[in-house]
Design a protein around this ligand. Structure first.
Ligand SMILES: *Cc1c(COP(=O)(O)O)cnc(C)c1O
Length: 373
């Protein structure tokens, strides 16, 4: 039997390459509060991602909560139930009412046609997720937002480096947020960021993440502590040197899965991203109704062989107790999201996954779904 295969494994550059950064931090004595590495990482990420303003955060969740604060969002916000729970939690932390809208079964992103039906006089914003790094229908979301005078905040936690025909996907909406958590394509151990369009907004966000301090003696808003430390920023700078290789490796793994898993009855891979540059952050398959065994059985069979796939995203956010009583959480409202949550399984994908390991995973799936190619 092979050794344990986890769904993801953070990419760690050689430790000796990190030592000079640590030495410099020790020499300077500056360990947080916007030091040299923090500044450098903001500059380099802005260049790499093709965005004009980026504010680093201690994690993606605080970035989401702060983004909503920066835009003064209140009332109701339209969002997707098919995401990591932090998406909707950021609304509750701002006393905002989440309104769940169903996803498009093809992309598993918010369905723009259904957004409009959910708008009420209390709606102030839309909070979509570029799920698995697959771009949302940004054009139609923008049209709806313009028409109804709504703000748009993209949870782009999965979308590091993703580009659409017009450049970085992160330039859409009023603000986008990123997560640099260990499980993401680009990580700083823990970390996150907000992408903003103008410098004035960036300054507001930078104040909000630093307790609301405008200068040494002036506090104008009830800000939070969302600052990224110098250690995390330095690690990000080193990580950034490897990120193209990391994404290239993921691309090969993605292509190999698609080839090995094609033509199996009862399952399909989620359609490839329509992005012009994708990041291959997840590899979701869908175990369909007519399959030999159901999704949870396949999950267990893989686990028995020490292959740890993940049911992202199951349960739906709307099923958790703080959301399940909302009118928009009703099953009839979320048909496609419910189906996806029952069928999805994210397979292991990370740069070090070997061809042998991938073959092993695919063979278990082939055996269990009961057909030989
Ligand atoms: C990871 C993730 C977050 C939260 O990011 P953290 O950095 O872990 O706080 C938010 N939304 C989505 C969709 C995520 O996958």
């Amino acid at each position: 039997m092979m050794s344990r295969i986890l769904v993801t494994k953070p990419f760690l550059p050689p430790l000796d390459e990190f030592m000079p950064y640590l030495q410099e931090i020790w020499n300077s004595g500056v360990i947080t509060n916007g030091g040299k590495f923090h500044q450098e990482l903001e500059d380099e990420l802005a260049r790499y991602l093709g965005v004009s303003n980026i504010s680093l955060f201690s994690n993606g969740t605080i970035a989401l909560i702060t983004a909503l604060q920066a835009l003064g969002i209140r009332g109701e916000v339209i969002t997707t139930p098919y995401s990591f729970v932090a998406t909707a939690h950021s609304l509750l932390w701002n006393n905002i009412k989440p309104v769940f809208v169903d996803v498009d079964p093809k992309t598993l992103n918010l369905d723009p046609q259904k957004i409009e039906d959910a708008i009420t006089s209390n709606t102030t914003a839309i909070l979509p997720v570029h799920c698995y790094g697959n771009p949302c229908d940004v054009e139609n979301i923008e049209l709806i937002a313009k028409k109804h005078n709504l703000k748009v905040i993209y949870d782009a936690a999965h979308a590091f480096g993703v580009q659409c025909h017009c450049g970085s996907i992160l330039n859409h909406g009023d603000l986008s947020i990123l997560s640099f958590h260990a499980t993401k394509v680009f990580n700083t151990f823990e970390g996150g960021a907000i992408i903003s369009k103008d410098l004035e907004m960036k300054q507001k966000i930078d104040q909000l993440k630093n307790f609301g301090f405008v200068d040494e003696l002036t506090v104008t808003t009830a800000g939070i502590n969302g600052k990224m430390s110098e250690i995390n920023a330095a690690f990000g700078l080193l990580q950034l040197k490897y990120v193209d290789k990391v994404i290239q490796q993921r691309k090969l793994i993605d292509a190999a899965y698609r080839k090995k898993l094609s033509g199996i009855s009862g399952m399909r891979c989620l359609d490839a991203s329509e992005a012009s540059v994708a990041n291959y952050s997840y590899f979701p398959i869908l175990v369909e109704q007519n399959a030999e065994i159901d999704r949870d059985s396949l999950y267990q069979k893989l686990k028995d062989k020490e292959i740890y796939s993940r049911r992202y995203f199951y349960p739906l956010i709307s099923k958790f107790p703080m959301y399940s009583g909302l009118p928009s959480a009703r099953d009839e409202n979320l048909k496609h999201a419910i189906q996806a949550a029952a069928q999805v399984l994210c397979l292991p994908i990370y740069p070090e996954l070997t061809i042998d390991q991938q073959d092993f995973i695919c063979n278990v799936i082939l055996e269990e779904l009961g057909n030989t190619k």
